[in-house]
Each structure stands twice: as structure tokens, then as C-alpha cells.
Design a protein around this ligand. Structure first.
Ligand code: A2P
Length: 344
């Protein structure tokens, strides 16, 4: 079996660490692993794929002789280095929002639009975490009933804010329980208390009152589903959950909906598990989606406020399906489609 030389930009970060875990778990065919981060981490050692690796500072030359680099070090570093990778013949799979809406960059969830990979020009974008998990539940219903529009409210875990997110929650819980902050407490990742609270504010506000995160749901859904006029309204909320995002969805369709067909479409979709048995109190919950490759969907109902509408609830590990796993699946799909080398 052919093996590939792979780099991780942001290897020390929250998503980078999950990429390392998943490469191992999925037995990714790697002949070389290059762990890249900032100059702060250069020289430190990390265990990965059964070996000790020295972390290297990311420079344009870091991408020489690599086949694939997965970027998880924020938009600024993606903008700075992704084209440098491509110049050196390396495909850049980018977790940041830097290139997602660039028409020349495929934005891909491999279960939904793998064919978009065939036209890549070196950079492939990974969707926003909430968008990816939401679309895992919406796409099978769209195929069956034809999506017209949807409303979504997200319940986003603190680890979505980077490695500092869970640290902030821990510090606040300690302070509330003991009456004093822990020694060496760091500045919080959030603008308000997150422990025992909900913050209806993820990413920066725009002039129209939506946040950038909320617009990602609309714009990325349009691109991934190839529905350029799709109407989407979204509210994003940060919740005191360590890991895995949840999304409440109300979707309206062109065809008349029925629950047996909806259930069948969701149950048969790769990467999704249908968990919906109210009698036994079985429904998706973030704690049970943490460190799971599949997303979980349930609470399926006919929407009482829409003409052909369905209400549902989906949970998924945002560090996995919303980032690290989806990026690795993109690499695996590119290998399968033999389109890695098609760099123009
Ligand atoms: P470092 O640990 O050296 O700062 P998170 O989102 O969890 O905060 O992680 C951010 C990731 O991005 C870390 O791996 C971090 O590395 C990396 N990073 C930050 N700045 C740079 C940079 N200038 N070049 C490459 N990687 C960077």
C-alpha cells in the first residue's frame, strides 16, 4: 500500500492533538509525520504514531517533500503558509475559515460532496464545526425531501474555543465551588462567565446583529449542498459542556414529509447514528458523542410551525467530525479518488 508524507500545522493545539490521535486510530498510511507549530514549541517532543517527534517551527520550507499538510493553527497562519505548501507540491487541508468561501477552494464533508475534491487546486477547506455536524443530519433529509430552508440553534462546547476553553471552565467551576480561583489562573477564553451560564455569542458580531459564526452556517451550507439561495437563520450559543456540539434544527422541505421515510434516510446515512427512543429516554447527548466518529441524531418530529417541516436534534464531536476527523477523511477520500497530485 502506498504511504504518504503528512504534516500537521498546529500539532500542539486542541485540534492538532486530535489529528494525531485519529491518524493512529484510523491507521492512516503515513510514511512520515512532520509536527509543526510556532517557534514557542520548536524543539519540544511529542509522541505520535509510535515514535517520538521533535516539533518544528512552521516556515515555508516546512512543506518541502510533504504530500499533505493539515492546518489547524488559525486563519492567519493558513493565509501565511497554505500557498507556500501548495507551491511545494503539498496539498493543504485547512481547518480555518480563511479559504472556505473562496470559489476555487472545495469545501467538503466527504459523506456529502466528495466529488468537489476532484476540482481542487491545492487547497481544500474543512467546514466550520457546527456547519459540518448540522449538515450531517440535514443532507440525508435534503436528498429525500428537497431542502427549502432551515433554522438552527447551536449549543457549542468550550473546547471549540481552543485548548484554553476547557481550562477557563475548570477555573470558574473551581472558583465557584471553593470561593477562590485556582493558583496560576489564566485569563478566560470567554467574554462572560461560562460556568453555569450560556453565552449567546460565538465569534464577532456583524452589523446586521448576527455573528460571523452564525453566517458560516448559512454560507457554508449553501456551498456544501450546492444550494446558492438556501435560506438559513442561526443562533450560536456557547454552553458549559466540555466537548461535542449539539444543534437544534427546524427544516422546511419542498416535498411533503413523513416520519418513517425521514427515519430511514437518517438511519441509513454513513457517519450518522439514529438515537431516538423517547420511551427509554434515549436521545443524542453531547457527553455520549464525545470521542465518537459518528454524529448522533434524534428527537425527530414533524414541525408544527412549518408546512413540510421536520424538527430534530443532532450532536457530534466538534473536535472530530467538526475538525480533525473530517480533515483526515478528506485526505483519505483524496487518496481514494487519486486526486492528491492534481495541483495546478
Ligand atoms: P504553539 O503551541 O507553538 O503556540 P489552539 O487552537 O488549541 O490554541 O492551538 C493553536 C495551534 O496553532 C497551536 O499548535 C499553536 O502552536 C499553533 N500556532 C500558533 N501560532 C503559530 C504560528 N505562528 N505558526 C505555526 N503554528 C502556530
Amino acid at each position: 500500500m502506498k504511504k504518504y508524507r503528512i504534516g500537521i500545522v498546529g500539532a500542539t493545539g486542541a485540534v492538532g492533538q486530535e489529528i494525531i490521535k485519529l491518524l493512529e486510530k484510523r491507521e492512516f498510511p503515513a510514511s512520515e509525520l512532520r509536527l509543526l507549530a510556532s517557534s514557542r514549541s520548536a524543539g519540544n517532543e511529542l509522541e505520535a504514531l509510535g515514535q517520538t517527534h521533535k516539533i518544528q517551527e512552521t516556515t515555508p520550507e516546512s512543506f518541502k517533500d510533504l504530500d499533505i499538510a493539515i492546518f489547524s493553527a488559525g486563519s492567519e497562519n493558513s493565509v501565511k503558509f497554505a500557498h507556500e505548501a501548495v507551491k511545494r507540491g503539498c496539498v493543504a487541508i485547512d481547518n480555518s475559515s480563511a479559504f472556505r468561501m473562496d470559489p476555487s477552494v472545495p469545501l467538503v464533508v466527504p459523506e456529502i460532496n466528495p466529488q468537489d475534491l476532484d476540482t481542487h487546486q491545492g487547497i481544500v477547506a474543512n467546514p466550520n464545526c457546527s456547519s459540518a455536524i448540522t449538515l450531517m443530519a440535514i443532507y440525508p433529509l435534503h436528498k429525500r425531501f428537497g431542502l427549502k430552508k432551515f433554522y438552527a440553534s447551536t449549543y457549542q462546547a468550550v473546547s471549540g474555543a481552543g485548548a484554553i476553553g476547557p481550562i477557563s471552565l475548570d477555573q470558574e467551576v473551581t472558583e465557584m465551588v471553593t470561593g477562590a480561583p485556582p493558583p496560576n489562573a489564566q485569563p478566560s477564553a470567554f467574554p462572560h462567565p461560562i460556568a453555569f451560564n450560556l453565552i449567546p455569542h460565538v465569534d464577532q458580531f456583524r452589523e446586521d446583529g448576527y455573528t460571523k459564526e452564525e453566517l458560516k452556517m448559512r454560507n457554508e451550507s449553501r456551498k456544501i449542498l450546492s444550494l446558492p439561495s438556501l435560506r438559513v437563520s442561526c443562533t450560536c450559543v456557547r454552553v458549559p459542556v466540555y466537548r461535542a456540539h449539539s444543534i437544534s434544527i427546524n427544516a422546511e422541505f419542498s416535498d411533503s414529509v413523513n416520519l418513517p421515510d425521514a427515519k430511514q434516510a437518517l438511519s441509513n446515512f454513513n457517519g450518522l447514528e439514529f438515537v431516538d427512543n423517547p420511551e427509554d429516554m434515549l436521545y443524542p447527548m453531547p457527553i455520549y458523542s464525545s470521542e465518537k466518529e459518528n454524529c448522533h441524531v434524534g428527537r425527530l418530529r414533524v414541525d408544527h410551525a412549518a408546512d413540510n417541516g421536520l424538527a430534530l436534534w443532532v450532536t457530534g464531536d466538534q473536535l472530530w467530525k467538526g475538525a480533525a476527523l473530517n480533515a483526515i477523511q478528506i485526505a483519505e477520500e483524496m487518496i481514494l479518488r487519486n486526486c492528491l497530485r492534481k495541483i495546478i
